[in-house]
Each structure stands twice: as structure tokens, then as C-alpha cells.
Design a protein around this ligand. Structure first.
Ligand SMILES: [Zn+2]
Length: 645
């Protein structure tokens, strides 16, 4: 008998002895990090609400209880019961019964009302019908990404359960080594921005953290083929942890499956969905630019199938000697500071991923409270000694000023923006300014993936700043549903109509004017001297955005996709519109934010590795942290290995 079988037998015996005599357990299984108990008495479990919680804390495991299939009420009867138990205001939109596992997935507009106070309504459901309910939110704005991911996972349910059982056995395998050490190897994003990737290893376990591309340098990928990484075979990786969905952290995650990786990806639920959206777009853009994409869309589906979503604060076993906990990073939807507890009190490492230290309109500031941390791996994007950003309130005021002046001239405001994060932040600023009368009401057109990304934000309000979350819970106060917002879904014809119309605001991808519908807006509105182009995000070297920012006003028509306009693509477009730059809407902490993150960190780490910034930023931040806080700091290069312990 293998050791995992033995372990499960022992657990079953222990659980049986802990439970009251009339509550039986027919089998126990691992599914990913969870211990699943099958019982013939689901209703009795539900009646004693504390039972599962007590077992979980006694066994120090995450526990799920499921009914044996033959004790279930028939779905049609269960449906009627559930609809009578759950208040009508919960707005159930779908019930999906899975007889093989006794689970019923309830999709509702107000999941909180299905759950009830401390889960009371959920227990009521099980008490009545025996089924184990699982609740998901109906997106307030229809999202094709969310529904595609959910449908796909539904269709792949059997396969997914096999994966989870296999992963569960891996996590709970017996430890083989008596050695004790912890190492971090840097595979990318050191003294550079982009291609984030690290290996965290112990004698027992190897974990890959992030696997991104380098924007503007497509060939430069993380050093995956060194022996410390996948050089020993992709199957030698135990787990992949994804801090957030930005492509410089996620783009090459699907590639791992092409290399033969078949294990779990730990991330938050919104990160999973956004990764799907952004990596599929990444393949699309590569194809349009005539590059060979590094993997096929099938690999994106594999990645999604292998995701194990975790919520902030869940302490989760991901290997025999490693526990992972995610915390809010304040950077984009679902972004997570990833904390690893290694061994039983042996060592603790936190990877910041990308962080924003202060609150923004969208997110609470990054969490920096941990039970213990000895080493912090810290992003340094704005770690340089002069990298102070404009205060957001001042930036907002300037942006409103620009909008007001442009509208008074009868012009239009065009804002190139990234679909995820900055667009929603700007939407909130504009919505409030219109509501308070600071700027006149006018249509705000959203083009490219912005609408879809916004829909994903509203699907996961738990991940947004407290007061914004509360507003989304009350449908009539959801700022993203404001009347001004219009989704451009009619293509070129609709754009022409908007261009021929009155004052308005247009938010469009791509954020650095490197392609996408913004090109079409430039060709429509670029020649109008009354209109204004406003940059709200960083424009990288070599992008059209940066060149326009630097004063370029004659753009070859081939650049804006007007090549077929009867001039053979050799003409130019005169950019007569005003060009403004408004800084201060960054999703990253600036120098002060990074210093404050470490200063107020509890407990303060002994060592800090400054990564994810150019050479100057990482070195500046490293020496400032050393001088101010007297800690050991490093600005590593790629392919360095640090040994702790
Ligand atoms: Zn990021």
C-alpha cells in the first residue's frame, strides 16, 4: 500500500472516531490541496454546523464534505427545494447539478444571499436536499471570458477531477529528504522589466513563480532551460504560482504545458480569467504581426484547466513542505503578494509580484502583514531615487481640466489605455466627475478589450476596494453601469459615427499605441485641432505612443492601418490634435511606496532581493533599503541562485 493510501486510511479512522456515532464517512480523498469526505449522512453534517470547522482545525486541512451519490434527492426535487430556501432577491440565474460528486453549482446575482450569515443558507440547502452547494456570481455585465471559462471547466469536469486527485497525492506524499535548505534562482526580470520568473526550491520541492514575456523584446524569454528550471524536465516542477495576469508575468505560462508540464497553477480566480483573456490576445497579436506564436490556443485551455484558484488569506498546502498564502497586492484585479511557509517553521519567503502600496480608486493598498518573513523578493519598477509619481488627486484634477477645455472647444478626448486596470481607474474618475458636475456629462466610449476587462472586474467585486465593492453590490450604484459608458461593438461604422458626432471621451486599446482600435481613432480624430490625445500610462521606448509624446505629428499612414486609402500606403497622417500627458495613474508603487511597504512591513524581513526594475532602479532601491533599515539587500542579475539556511 502506498504511503498516501495509508495516510488516507489513517485519516478516515481518525475522522470516524471524532464524529458522532450516527454520522458516517464512506471514503476520504485528496483533491488538490483539499481533503474530501464522502458521507451517507450529508444532512446530519449540515445540521451540526461546527463539525467541519472543528475537523479542519484538528487535522489542519481544508475539508469539503460531499454526499454519496445514492443518498441524493433527484435534481428536479432539489431544484424546487433550493429555490424555496434561497430568498428570491438572491437572483438565481442557473442551477447545475453534478450527480457524480453531489455538487450543485448555484449561479446568482447576489451570492451573499445564497450563502447566508456564516454559511447558514448553504447549510440549510444541504439539510434539505443533501447536495453540496457551490456558489458563483452572475456577472453584472455579461462577460464572454467568464462564461467561456466556466463552460469549459464544466465540460472538462472529469478530467479536472483526475488532475486534482493526482495533484492531491503529490502534495501529500511522504517527505523524502532530511536535508534542510531553501534556494531562490532568478530566471528573469532582474535588472530589467519583463519576463518575470523564479524558482523556489527545497530538497523536496521545486516551485516556479511567474513566467512572463518581455514587452518590446519578443525573443527574450525567461531562462527556462537551465538545470535549475525546466532543464531537468518540466515534470520536475511541483507547482506553478502566478502572482497576477499581466503578460510580463503570465504570457509564457501556457508554454510550460507544451514542454510537458502537467501540474497545478495556483492563482486567484480573477487572475485565471484575465490570464485567459490576455494570453489569447497575445497569440492574436503575434499572428497579426506575422510572428510565430510560441504556443497554440489549446495550451491556454490546458493552463486554465490546471488552475487551482485560491482566495486571499487561504493557507494552502502546495507540497509536503510548502504552504502558500496569497495577499492583496493592490496592483491589478486578483494580483497577489505570495507568501511561502517552508517546513514546519523553517523559513518564510514573500514574493511581492507587482504592488501598489497606497489605496487607489480600484484597490486597497498592498498587504504587508505576515506571521513571519525572513526574505522578501520585491519589485523595483519605480525604485530609482527620483521615481516619485504625481499625487493621484493632482493628476485627476489635471485630467478633468483637459477634458473640460476640450469639450468647451467642441472637441473629443482620446485616451489610449491598457484594458486591465488603468482603464477602470480612469472610468471611475470620469464617472465621479460627471456625477458631481465637475465636468459636463458626455458619452464615454470604450473600445478594444476594455469593456470585457471591466465586465470581469464586476464579476469579482470581493477583490476591489471596500467602498467600491459595496457600490457594486447595490446594482443601482454600480459605477461601471453608469449611463455614459458605451461599448463600441459596432466596429468601424460606429467609430465613424462617433467621430462625426459631438464632444465625447474615448478610451481605447492599445495603451502604447502599438496597434488595436486606437489606430483607427487616430485616423478619424487625429487631424482635428479641437480634440486632445491624452497619455495616462507609461509609453515605452520604440512605441508609436512614445514618438507622438516626443512631438511626432506626421505619422506614416501605414502605421495607422490606412495603407489602402488610395495612396498605396505612402502618405502621412497629420496629427493636429493636442497631445497631453497626465502621470500619476500607475498601478505600481513609486519609490516612496516601495520604501513604505518595507518600512511598515510586519515583521520586517532580514533580506530583500530587489528585482523587476532596470539596473539603476534595483540598485538604488537596494542601497536605500540597506541604509535606511539596516537589512541585507541585493540587486541580483538573472540566473543567480541564493541559498538561505
Ligand atoms: Zn503587473
Amino acid at each position: 500500500m502506498s504511503t498516501v493510501e495509508q495516510q488516507l486510511d489513517d485519516l478516515k479512522a481518525q475522522i470516524t472516531s471524532e464524529l458522532p456515532n450516527d454520522v458516517s464517512v464512506s471514503s476520504v480523498k485528496y483533491e488538490g490541496p483539499e481533503l474530501v469526505l464522502y458521507t451517507r449522512d450529508p444532512k446530519k453534517f449540515a445540521r451540526q454546523g461546527d463539525l467541519v470547522r472543528k475537523l479542519a482545525s484538528k487535522l489542519r486541512k481544508r475539508i469539503t464534505v460531499r454526499p454519496d451519490p445514492d443518498v441524493l434527492s433527484p435534481p428536479e426535487k432539489a431544484r424546487a427545494e433550493i429555490e424555496s430556501v434561497v430568498p428570491e432577491e438572491a437572483g438565481i440565474t442557473d442551477l447545475d447539478f453534478h450527480a457524480d460528486t453531489g455538487e450543485v453549482v448555484i449561479e446568482a446575482q447576489k451570492p451573499g444571499m445564497v450563502i447566508g450569515r456564516h454559511g447558514s443558507t448553504l447549510r440549510e440547502i444541504t439539510k434539505n436536499v443533501g447536495w453540496t452547494p457551490e456558489v458563483v456570481r452572475t456577472p453584472p455585465i455579461e462577460s464572454s471570458t467568464v462564461s467561456n471559462v466556466r463552460n469549459f471547466l464544466k465540460q472538462e469536469r472529469d478530467d479536472r477531477r483526475n488532475i486534482l486527485e493526482r495533484v492531491g497525492r503529490q502534495i501529500h506524499r511522504e517527505e523524502m529528504s532530511d536535508d534542510q535548505w531553501v534556494r531562490i534562482t532568478t530566471l528573469g526580470c532582474c535588472r530589467e522589466v519583463g519576463r518575470a520568473s523564479f524558482i523556489l526550491s527545497t530538497p523536496e520541492t521545486r516551485i516556479l513563480i511567474d513566467c512572463g514575456d518581455k514587452p518590446g523584446a519578443e525573443g527574450e524569454v525567461p531562462y527556462l532551460h537551465v538545470p535549475e528550471a525546466l532543464g531537468a524536465g518540466a515534470q520536475t516542477i511541483d507547482a506553478v504560482v502566478l502572482t497576477h495576469a499581466h503578460l510580463d508575468h503570465s504570457a509564457l505560462i501556457p508554454l510550460l504545458f507544451k514542454y510537458g508540464y502537467d501540474g497545478p497553477i495556483y492563482c486567484t480566480e480573477p487572475t485565471r480569467d484575465l490570464m485567459g483573456l490576455l494570453t489569447l490576445d497575445y497569440l492574436d497579436v503575434a499572428a497579426k504581426e506575422g510572428r510565430t506564436p510560441p504556443y497554440e490556443s489549446e495550451m491556454v485551455r490546458e493552463a486554465i484547466k490546471h488552475c487551482i484558484p485560491l482566495e486571499y488569506g487561504d493557507v494552502t498546502d502546495i507540497a509536503p513542505d510548502v504552504k502558500l498564502t496569497f495577499h492583496n497586492a493592490g496592483h491589478i484585479l486578483g494580483s497577489a503578494v505570495s507568501h511561502f511557509h517552508i517546513g514546519d517553521g523553517l523559513y518564510n519567503v514573500a514574493f511581492s509580484g507587482d504592488i501598489h502600496y497606497d489605496d487607489t480608486r480600484l484597490f486597497n493598498g498592498a498587504t504587508n502583514d505576515f506571521p513571519r518573513v525572513e526574505t522578501l523578493v520585491l519589485e523595483s519598477t519605480y525604485g530609482g531615487r527620483n521615481d516619485y509619481q504625481t499625487d493621484q488627486a493632482d493628476s485627476e484634477e489635471k485630467l478633468m481640466e483637459v477634458i473640460k477645455e476640450t469639450a468647451e472647444r467642441g472637441g473629443k478626448v482620446v485616451i489610449p489605455a491598457f484594458a486591465v486596470g488603468r482603464s477602470q481607474e480612469i472610468m471611475l474618475v470620469i464617472e465621479e466627475a460627471m456625477r458631481s458636475g465637475e465636468i459636463p456629462e458626455m458619452p464615454v466610449h470604450l473600445d478594444g478589450m476594455i469593456w470585457e476587462a471591466t465586465a470581469i472586474h464586476t464579476t469579482y467585486p470581493e477583490y476591489l476596494r471596500d467602498d467600491l465593492r459595496d457600490r457594486i453590490f447595490h446594482e443601482d450604484e454600480n459605477p461601471f453601469l453608469a449611463d455614459e459608458f458605451n461599448h463600441i461593438d459596432g466596429g468601424e461604422e460606429e467609430r465613424q459615427d462617433v467621430a462625426d458626432g459631438g464632444p465625447c471621451i474615448i478610451l481605447s486599446t492599445s495603451g502604447m499605441v502599438t496597434g488595436g482600435p486606437i489606430m483607427s481613432w487616430l485616423s478619424h480624430i487625429g487631424p482635428d485641432p479641437d480634440s486632445t490625445l491624452v497619455f495616462v500610462g507609461y509609453q515605452a521606448q520604440g512605441t508609436l505612443g512614445r514618438r507622438i509624446q516626443n512631438g511626432w505629428d506626421e505619422i506614416p499612414t501605414s502605421e495607422v492601418g490606412m495603407g489602402s486609402n488610395g495612396n498605396g500606403g505612402r502618405g502621412t497622417l497629420s496629427l493636429n490634435m493636442n497631445v497631453e500627458t497626465v502621470d500619476g495613474f500607475s498601478g505600481h508603487a513609486d519609490r516612496a511606496g516601495l520604501m513604505n511597504f518595507v518600512k511598515t512591513m510586519n515583521p520586517r524581513p532580514e533580506k530583500v532581493l530587489c528585482v523587476h526594475g532596470d539596473e539603476r532602479s534595483t540598485q538604488d532601491l537596494s542601497s536605500a533599503l540597506y541604509h535606511d533599515f539596516n537589512m541585507r539587500t541585493f540587486a541580483p542579475k538573472n540566473l543567480e541562485t541564493f541559498r538561505f539556511l
